[in-house]
Design a protein around this ligand. Structure first.
Ligand SMILES: C[S@@+](CC[C@H](N)C(=O)[O-])C[C@H]1O[C@@H](n2cnc3c(N)ncnc32)[C@H](O)[C@@H]1O
Length: 230
């Protein structure tokens, strides 16, 4: 899988309107996790695979004087992030890849990512980069909806047309431990809005029927937490 192919795919998501729907899909999970990141005044957060940057802006607003940088490989996602940017927010957006983060060692207090890391073309390199750019004692908080304990997510690679990692919770934990993190754990959290009423269910490419929607909701989002040694 090449970065060019990922970039072209997500550029297209901007043009066909799919990018605009990501905030609504992911907002509830992000709103549950964000207050638990412990972002204090002045802290700097990196948002991996920021898309249109909505979560980057929330991370930047999490405490007085905090800041956040969103990175993404898709130029059109970043252009949309710039269009949506609120000039009062200490957020900014840069083009780079998970595998080659264009930042000095130890720059960030937190690394955050919503529904993006399984697209990495080289996951061990990406987790090594996350470890490198965190300060000692810094924390990574990675949220993903595609993982082995959520079996209905297995087919999403065919649906999106990109290769994606499909690891179990324990494999994700091992990956971050191998990157050097001293404490790694995971928890599954569910969208508090529930699976919705059957009468209101609308099939889409991610989910073709209501039973699948309920099972995807029940499996929830995998929240990986990894702490870099002090
Ligand atoms: C499903 S979108 C999620 C966007 C955003 N986090 C959200 O929740 O709205 C995944 C994003 O990750 C980016 N991405 C995927 N693989 C990447 C890589 N290897 N390096 C940088 N960005 C990548 C894509 O371009 C895309 O914008």
């Amino acid at each position: 899988m090449s970065h060019d192919r990922i970039s072209a795919t997500f550029d297209e998501w901007v043009r066909d309107g799919r990018a605009e729907k990501l905030e609504e899909h992911h907002a509830d999970i992000v709103s549950q996790v964000l207050p638990k990141l412990g972002i204090r005044p002045g802290m700097q957060t990196l948002d991996l695979g920021c898309g249109t940057g909505w979560a980057t802006r929330l991370l930047a607003a999490a405490a007085p004087g905090a800041g956040a940088i969103g990175i993404d490989v898709s130029a059109e996602m970043l252009a949309r992030a710039e269009e949506l940017h609120d000039l009062t927010s200490r957020a900014r957006y840069e083009r780079c890849t998970f595998e080659e983060l264009d930042f000095p060692d130890g720059k960030f207090d937190r690394v955050f990512s919503m529904e993006a890391l399984y697209y990495a073309v080289d996951l061990p390199r990406a987790t090594a980069e996350i470890h490198r750019v965190l300060k000692p004692g810094g924390e990574a908080h990675i949220l993903i909806n595609r993982y082995r304990e959520s079996p209905h997510s297995a087919s999403w690679d065919d649906m999106v047309g990109l290769e994606m990692a499909f690891l179990g919770q324990d494999e994700w934990i091992a990956l971050f431990s191998e990157a050097g993190f001293v404490q790694v754990d995971a928890e599954r959290i569910q969208d508090s809005r529930g699976p919705g009423e059957e009468s209101e269910f609308t099939p889409d490419a991610h989910c073709s029927d209501y039973t699948t929607a309920r099972e995807l909701h029940a499996a929830g989002t995998l929240w990986l937490r990894a702490i870099k040694g002090a």
